[in-house]
Design a binder for this molecule. Structure first.
Ligand code: IPM
Ligand code: MN
Length: 358
């Protein structure tokens, strides 16, 4: 197969983790005879630096012209202290999500046996945890009207949802539920928020068509506690944009490191793959960032391309690297591997498999 991939490395540790992901992808391409063609584009802080804006039309057009998009990370502390700046790196990501209609964000939370000790949560609570967060990504408070008054004494951010936007994500979640445990947990704040009431109503309607699926309803405050005391209850956790943002960072504590979690964002025209971690500026350029979130995002991409065994192979060798302690210092603080060494290990594993099979 031949695939065109838009590569948006972004800021901070983005280029380093993407570098390793592309090396892994090349090794997979060689082994299975695929051609992956990379189209590198700017986004975020680096784009502001080079073009004056965080997302150019050129980047958008390239993304639209490709089979998929691989993104590293976005954010630069030099923009953080001045909240009034017109151009901020994060706007590039938000605009990209909105413009490409990337509404269905999927974040798998899966515990590795070899990392059970890494989580601050009791082993018995998190053993075998395996759930998916379905986060709405193009609406809600992130994209509603927002303003700070001239006097700077008042501000607002509007949270708005319409039924169509809720339904199209929910249908994805219901379909996924049918292939898994037939259970969805909707996280909301329906005791307070009008948008949450609409989410519940919409889900109940869709449930008529997918009646084998059971829906559990949890308020966000309770859900964030349940995430710690009983995360095994989740299979598909469905929620709106901001709740999903917060819960996915919380869920990463179950897995043991934020650096391990990949994601896909399915859109109307294309799909974007990115690790859920940020740009971790303190680690940038030091060869210490965990590349596995990005590499596992590549695995999600291959699966969506229909390259099942290629995707499974990446998952397998990642698991093996963790088992062998070939991990960056967020996981193996005593004897850490560098970002590149983790990549080397994975590539060697892919090539070794080749020799033994030939
Ligand atoms: C994420 C990030 C983004 C978000 C930021 C960088 C805007 O935290 O993808 O989870 O809040 O969605
Ligand atoms: Mn986040």
């Amino acid at each position: 197969m031949e695939k065109n991939i838009a590569v948006l490395s972004g800021d901070g540790i983005g280029p380093e983790v993407i570098n390793q992901s592309l090396r892994v992808l090349d090794a997979i391409g060689k082994k299975y005879d695929h051609k992956f063609i990379y189209h590198k584009c700017l986004i975020g802080g680096i784009s502001i630096e080079k073009t004056g804006i965080p997302l150019t039309k050129e980047t958008l057009d390239t993304c639209l012209g490709c089979d998929s998009i691989l993104l590293g990370a976005i954010g630069d502390p030099k923009y953080d202290n001045n909240q009034n700046l017109k151009n901020r790196p994060e706007q590039g990501l938000l605009k990209l999500r909105k413009k490409l209609g990337l509404y269905c964000n999927i974040r798998p939370i899966k515990v590795y046996k070899s990392l059970l000790y890494k989580s601050p949560i009791k082993k018995s609570y998190i053993k075998d945890v395996d759930f998916l967060i379905y986060r709405e990504l193009t609406n809600g408070i992130y994209f509603g009207k927002k303003r700070i008054s001239k006097s700077r004494k008042r501000a607002y951010d509007i949270c708005s949802y319409n039924k169509k936007d809720i339904s199209r994500l929910a249908i994805y979640a219901f379909k996924a539920a049918l292939k898994r445990k037939k259970k969805i947990t909707l996280v909301d704040k329906a005791n307070v928020l009008a948008t949450s009431k609409l989410w519940r109503e919409t889900l109940k309607e869709i449930n008529i068509k997918y009646k084998e699926v059971q829906i559990d309803y949890l308020f966000i405050d309770n859900a964030s506690m349940q995430m710690i005391i009983n995360p095994k209850q989740f299979d598909i956790l469905l929620t709106e944009n901001m709740f999903g943002d917060i819960l996915s960072d919380e869920a990463s504590a179950i897995v043991g490191s934020l650096g391990l979690i990949p994601s896909s964002s399915i859109g109307e025209k294309t799909t974007l793959y990115e690790p859920i971690h940020g740009s971790y500026p303190k680690a940038a350029g030091k060869n210490i960032a965990n590349p596995l979130g990005a590499i596992l995002s590549v695995s999600m991409m291959l699966k969506d391309f229909g390259m099942k065994k290629e995707s499974l192979l990446i998952n397998k060798i990642v698991k093996n690297s963790l088992k062998n302690g070939i991990s960056t210092k967020d996981i193996n603080s005593k004897n850490p591997s560098t970002t590149k060494e983790v990549g080397d290990f994975l590539i060697n594993s892919i090539n070794l498999k080749k020799e033994s099979e030939d």
